[in-house]
Design a protein around this ligand. Structure first.
Ligand code: HEM
Length: 181
């Protein structure tokens, strides 16, 4: 083999290995949490006549269940006083917006970047001076209660425990931003 050909082969091998380095040892990329929750496969939407991605349906179901768990949780319900009073008066329009916003937020956060979250950033959403719907600033105990209620919401939807652990680990990354007292 001549020197030039050998150099070309070595150079090609280096480029190939560098490209593979982005993946794990099996050469496959690690699936995102969104993919593990069902990903982009379309399924019938139980809330409409249309279709919905399985990953989004899973997240929306957890969000909707969690909102009910929070509403019944005396440690958290005071924070949601505005929303709960609206719902008590039969007005569910902001509840629907919150469900949509939270679902978009979790879709994007778990790797489904074809969705867009256009609500408030996490610091502003949890500061009563920028979001008057947040009745008071959250402390660490409220944050613990929130994670606990998300876990209950996920269990109610039969999310596998290893994925609930992943969701919990993700939620922990936002603690410092959301807890503001
Ligand atoms: C990782 C944890 C959390 C995430 C990802 C999260 C996410 C969100 C999102 C996306 C919104 C909607 C923002 C908008 O409408 O623009 C929101 C609103 C809100 N969050 Fe959180 N949140 C978290 C923790 C908490 C905690 C710990 C509390 C209370 C102690 C809380 C109380 C609220 C309240 C009261 C609202 C306003 C609800 C309404 O529309 O009436 N959140 N949150």
């Amino acid at each position: 083999m001549n020197t030039r050909l050998s150099l070309c082969l070595i150079f090609g091998a280096v480029i190939f290995l560098a490209a593979c380095d982005k993946d794990d040892d099996s050469g496959m990329t690690e699936p995102t949490l969104y993919e593990k929750l069902g990903g982009t496969a379309l399924v019938a939407d139980p809330n409409s006549t249309g279709m919905i991605e399985k990953g989004r349906l899973g997240l929306r179901s957890v969000v909707d269940s969690t909102i009910f768990v929070i509403a019944a949780d005396p440690k958290l319900s005071p924070y949601f006083a505005t929303l709960l009073s609206e719902v008590g008066n039969g007005n569910v329009s902001n509840l629907a917006i919150l469900s949509e916003n939270l679902t978009d937020f979790f879709c994007v956060a778990t790797g489904a970047e074809h969705f867009t979250y256009d609500g408030l950033d996490m610091a502003s959403a949890h500061d009563p001076s920028t979001n008057p719907r947040m009745a008071q600033k959250a402390d660490n105990a409220a944050y613990d209660a929130f994670i606990n209620d998300v876990v209950i919401g996920a269990q109610q939807n039969n999310v596998p425990s290893e994925l609930i652990t992943e969701v919990g680990a993700f939620l922990e990354t936002l603690r410092e931003t959301v807890v503001q007292r």
